[in-house]
Design a protein around this ligand. Sequence first.
Ligand SMILES: [Zn+2]
Length: 249
Amino acid sequence: MSVEFKKFVKIRFYGNLNDFLPVAKRQKVQRMGFWGTPTVKDLAESLGVPHVEIYLILNDSIPVNFDHRPVEGSLISCYPRFTSIPISGIALRPDFEVPPRFVLDVHLGRLAAFLRFCGIDTLYDRTYIDNEILTIAQTHNRTILTRDKGILRNGKAYYGYFIRNTNPQRQLAEVVDYFDLTPYFNPFSRCSLCNGELERVEKFEVRTLVPENTFRVYNDFFRCKSCGQIYWEGSHFERITAMLKPFRL
Ligand SMILES: [Zn+2]
């Protein structure tokens, strides 16, 4: 009978991957014990770091894939998405397509509306189950935004990001920063209810569709091409303008 011994590697996470670690273990090499022959994906995720946020793994300075199985004593270094250092030749995945397009989990309804206010293509439905989100992301090459690490650990998840903040306004700032979204902002172009594109409509067309007061006061109206929702310059526009102020466009 063969006896299996516990093995050890050293592992270190860089940049914002440390957000997933307990404070005492951040920004330093930690010794990690394991049984069997796990992959580096397994090891990183058992420490709470979802593979979708890892863009480069070095095993003793050599780039490896997620299915690499390290041997006793290896030093594993895991790096996040780089914005300033080109690593395209050795990255674990190419950078996401631009403009970035998203699919959000069911807990992020307000963030979904905020991103749509900014004109960012954002799919969200409160009835989505994890498998639907994974399939939509895979089929349409969308990035999953979620507060659920479970979905990001799924092997089908390719582009994904765990939202750190709980406040929707801060969540928007976080996503804008991580994905460099400001060049793709196109306010007043997308329906906050369904993600459809807005088109300008003549005033007379909305006479019976908006409150009388609104019709009297405003002259510019827009309609969602998908769900028909009517928008006008008013509280909606003011809200968007106020929301975009911190980004100094
Ligand atoms: Zn709509």
